[in-house]
Each structure stands twice: as structure tokens, then as C-alpha cells.
Design a protein around this ligand. Structure first.
Ligand SMILES: [Zn+2]
Ligand SMILES: [Zn+2]
Length: 343
């Protein structure tokens, strides 16, 4: 009889492959929690040959999926489960036992291939299928069980998860941005902040939004800077499409909470409605406000350019509600419990 994967394992390969390729079609938070639990259960079986096969499979799967946990799921208990499973496996591995020739350890496992390898290696039947599909010799298959190889994967994955736990849930220091955004006279350089946001390849939106929020909360804001600082925070939130973790969201929520939402006015239209069409037109509108000579071009028509209209509390309230919606969206998209998102 030709060996075959069970339906359950075939399904696991496709579910986890969707996750590591960043196109999940199952709920990643729940799927990865089950994976970490199954890995933890297997810890108790490491003394048996079946258990050692599982150790190899689960180690590779935790390694292959750890980047997704780190970057995409803001759930503290999932981080804890991963760390416990990885630490548990590490305690059973002795890297000194490695006698493999140099550079012969398997590679490229942080991928869909890693998922296929990991799930297949969980069982004897899966190993037979995997060896056949990839034309592996016995020693090539055995290299996956090398304790030096597995210990290295565990160390990398556990290090990555621990570091991400700190940056997602701990404190984020953005004070280095003072040197870039505060002028010698103590004023805020709104144009420099806008230029930082517009360098999208540097992923500055989160740090700029957080710096703006903290500056607002500190009260070190001159009257003429208040609008620009708020718009930088707003753009940082609106333009971080993948969502920011709780370590950022906490101060953003606090800064948005300082805006009075119970306001009204008689203006038929506010300036931001003419600037909001694209990332580029938002940028042009704000730099024009703060450096009109250097940036004469703005999407905001003259009849809406009065500073009084820009400063209208209703516009602040509208933008605040929108930013609050964005942050709620991150929580839905990235998961986690309410307390993970609070202090
Ligand atoms: Zn080895
Ligand atoms: Zn108004």
C-alpha cells in the first residue's frame, strides 16, 4: 500500500501553508493555539520513538510559524504557549550530539516547505511520503532529527517570539525621534514628520504616530503645532494598514481620548475632506500648511483654507472617530484579549 498522509494532516498542511504565506483562510489565532497545544502535549511523549518524530515535526512547525505569531497575532497567551512548547523541547535536546557534516542541516524551513516537512515528519507514514516526494536518502531524512539542528531552530524561534513579545506588549522607546522632530528652538518640525511618514519603505508610520501621541499627552505643544501634530498622528494610524500592536495602541488611544467628541458647528465642509483622497494629497495638504513657500501646491481649495476651518473642533472629532475605528479594526484583525490591549 502506498503510504499517505491522513486527511487531518493534509488539512493541517493547507491551513498552516495559508498562514505562513500570509493568506490565511482559517482563523490563524485559533489554528496556531491548537498547534502550540498539540506540541506541548507531545512533550510528554519524547521518550518514545513516536514522540521523537513528533518533536521534530512540531519543532519545525513552531519555527515555520513563529514569524506570523510575532508579527500578526497580538495575543499574549499565544506567545506564552509558543514559548512554553519551545522551551520544553529545548530542554530535551542536546546539540552536542550532532555529528552531521558541515552545512548538511536542512534549510528553508521558514516557508510552506517547512510546513509540509513539519507535518509529514510527525508520523512514520508522513515521513515515507515526504522522503518519496523529495527523493530523500535515509541520512537526509535522519538529518531532520539531529538534535543540533532542532536546538538551533528552537533557539531561533524562541528568541524571535520573546523579542516580539517585548515589542508588541512592552514599552516602545521613540525618544530618539526627538532629535529629528524637535528644532533647536524647541518647536516641532511638522514637515520633517511628514517626510518621515512619506518614506513608506522605512515603516515609520507607527513610530511617528506614537511620538505624536506622546508629545500631545506631554502637553509640550505650541498652539500653531497642535493641528499638524494631530494630523501626523492621524496619518500614522490611518496609514498603518497592517495594524499596530498594543505597545503602540495604548498611547494612541489615550491621546485620542483627549479630543472632545461632543461638539458641533455650522460649516458645510471641512478642509480635510478635500485632502483625504490619497496618501500623497494628505502629505501635500499638511506640508503646505506648515511650509507654504517650499510647498505651494495643496489639494485644499482657497475657500476651505482658513485656519479657523482647519482648527474646527468638529473636524478634530470626525478624524478622532475615524482613528478610533481604525484601532478597533486592528484588534479584530490581530486578535488578542481585551486585557492584552490595555495596560
Ligand atoms: Zn546535526
Ligand atoms: Zn466645523
Amino acid at each position: 500500500m502506498t503510504p499517505a498522509l491522513t486527511d487531518e494532516h493534509s488539512e493541517l498542511i493547507s491551513d498552516l501553508s495559508g498562514i505562513v504565506s500570509d493568506y490565511p483562510y482559517v482563523d490563524p489565532e485559533a489554528t496556531l493555539a491548537v498547534l502550540a497545544d498539540d506540541a506541548t502535549d507531545a512533550l510528554g511523549r519524547v521518550g518514545s520513538p513516536e514522540g521523537r518524530r513528533e518533536r521534530t515535526g512540531y519543532t519545525i512547525l513552531l519555527y515555520a510559524t513563529c514569524w506570523y505569531v510575532a508579527a500578526r497575532v497580538f495575543n499574549k497567551s499565544l506567545f506564552v504557549s509558543y514559548t512554553e512548547a519551545l522551551d520544553g523541547f529545548r530542554a530535551t535536546l542536546d546539540p552536542a550530539g550532532c555529528t552531521c557534516p558541515a552545512d548538511s542541516h536542512p534549510s528553508d524551513l521558514d516557508s510552506e516547505y517547512g510546513i509540509e516537512a513539519g507535518v509529514s515528519l510527525l508520523t512514520g507514514a508522513g515521513r515515507a511520503v515526504f522522503a518519496e516526494d523529495y527523493d530523500l536518502e535515509d541520512e537526509e531524512l535522519a538529518a531532520f532529527d539531529c538534535e543540533g539542528f532542532l536546538a538551533d531552530l528552537v533557539d531561533q524561534a524562541a528568541g524571535h517570539v520573546r523579542e516580539a513579545y517585548r515589542s508588541n506588549f512592552g514599552g516602545v522607546d521613540v525618544s530618539h525621534l526627538d532629535a529629528r522632530f524637535v528644532r533647536d528652538d524647541g518647536g516641532i518640525d511638522i514637515v520633517a514628520m511628514q517626510e518621515a511618514i512619506s518614506r513608506s519603505w522605512e515603516n515609520n508610520t507607527g513610530p511617528v504616530a506614537l511620538w505624536s501621541a506622546r508629545r500631545r499627552l506631554s502637553g509640550q505643544v505650541r498652539d500653531e503645532e497642535r493641528l499638524g501634530l494631530f494630523l501626523c498622528m492621524w496619518m500614522g494610524i490611518a496609514q498603518t494598514y497592517e495594524g499596530l500592536p498594543p505597545s503602540y495602541a495604548r498611547d494612541l488611544v489615550a491621546a485620542l481620548d483627549t479630543v472632545d467628541l461632543d461638539v458641533s458647528c455650522d460649516h458645510p465642509k471641512h478642509p480635510w475632506s478635500t485632502a483625504d483622497g490619497s496618501v500623497q494629497s494628505r502629505y501635500r495638504a499638511v506640508v503646505h500648511l506648515y511650509a507654504p513657500e517650499d510647498h505651494p501646491d495643496t489639494p485644499v481649495p482657497a475657500e476651505l483654507s482658513a485656519r479657523e476651518l482647519w482648527e474646527c473642533p468638529v473636524q478634530y472629532a470626525e478624524l478622532t472617530r475615524k482613528a478610533q475605528e481604525n484601532i478597533k479594526g486592528w484588534r479584530v484583525m490581530r486578535g488578542g484579549e481585551d486585557e492584552d490591549w490595555e495596560d
